[in-house]
Design a protein around this ligand. Structure first.
Ligand SMILES: C[S@@+](CC[C@H](N)C(=O)[O-])C[C@H]1O[C@@H](n2cnc3c(N)ncnc32)[C@H](O)[C@@H]1O
Length: 292
């Protein structure tokens, strides 16, 4: 039987879980506006459960019982540095980071068969914008290392600091290898040992060509320099039209003339003002050579 103290603790936990398991419409609106301003992400009203599912354990960890109190903590916390950290934590929790190696494989086939010859061995810079945990960037790195006999570099960026940490380490659960062709698996992945035997690590020679940094696609991206190839895949689905417009203008400004932009197969640039981008094939665009 539980002691009186334990019963009190349990009642307290139940009360807290109860309070953090729902969010009022008004409080949801606060988070919805905040994540829209911060990351450009549009949460429809159907996403209330998602916000609760992703934030509730943080509230409990802090001993905060209502979403309103946590919002105040998040936005008016006195110490600016801690507030920034907490805000990054919420961005990490509210972004959706699903990805896998060689996702939308047709793009990799296109790169190999249409771009390598056109690049003719010149040094190439590629960008995995919205890289998530890095699988997209390393898939491209495997392809380039195996088939492109020129110098190349890949930059991966994301707004989520946690996924960037995983990306930089290049360590993945073994289960994630299923889309990596056998020949690349042998050449570029090492099985972990001991407590890490269920993981694979991308070899250093490949990782040394790939760097990851935080970037918000809504803000100026000029510091990144210019690229020959950009992946902007499966991120615009989270944006409304005005954010998409801002992002596509920013991203197009980072493409060299003649450079290639790949978007997700379920995404479209229809209805956006991006005349400097010419559609080559579904989901594949080229920046016009006379774009400046
Ligand atoms: C579903 S993942 C896509 C990963 C990869 N591009 C792919 O296609 O597999 C979307 C990524 O976009 C990132 N993201 C969302 N909003 C962003 C923003 N405003 N700036 C930069 N990255 C953002 C998320 O953190 C997430 O990692």
């Amino acid at each position: 039987m539980n002691s009186q103290g334990e019963q009190k603790d349990l009642a307290f936990v139940h009360q807290m879980v109860g309070q953090t398991s729902t969010i009022s419409d008004a409080d949801f609106e606060l988070y919805r506006n905040w994540i829209y301003q911060s990351a450009g992400i549009s949460l429809t009203p159907t996403k209330k459960a998602l916000v609760v599912g992703r934030l509730s354990s943080r509230l409990r960890e802090l001993g905060v019982t209502t979403y309103r109190d946590y919002f105040e903590y998040l936005t008016t916390f006195t110490n600016q540095q801690e507030r920034k950290l907490e805000q990054q934590r919420v961005i990490n929790l509210l972004t959706t980071n699903e990805t896998y190696f060689f996702r939308e494989e047709a793009h990799f086939t296109y790169i190999q068969h249409s771009l390598f010859a056109a690049w003719a061995g010149q040094p190439i810079r590629c960008w995995s914008a919205a890289s998530s945990t890095g699988e997209e960037a390393y898939s491209l790195a495997m392809l380039l290392d195996s088939h492109y006999p020129g110098r190349w570099q890949i930059v991966g960026t994301d707004i989520n600091s946690q996924v960037l940490h995983i990306a930089s380490q290049g360590i993945y659960p073994m289960l994630r290898h299923e889309h990596i062709p056998q020949v690349y698996l042998k050449k570029y992945c090492r099985k972990g040992i001991g407590s890490k035997q269920d993981t694979l690590k991308i070899v250093h020679s490949l990782r040394s060509h790939v760097k990851f940094e935080r970037a918000n696609l809504q803000r100026s991206l000029d510091d990144l320099g210019l690229f020959d190839l950009v992946f902007l895949r499966n991120v615009m689905i989270y944006f409304d039209k005005s954010t998409k417009q801002r992002v596509i203008t920013n991203v197009a400004s980072r493409l060299k003339n003649g450079g290639i932009l790949l978007i997700g197969h379920s995404e479209t640039l229809n209805g956006l003002d991006c005349n400097e981008l010419q559609l080559l094939q579904p989901s594949i665009y080229q920046k016009r050579s006379n774009a400046d």
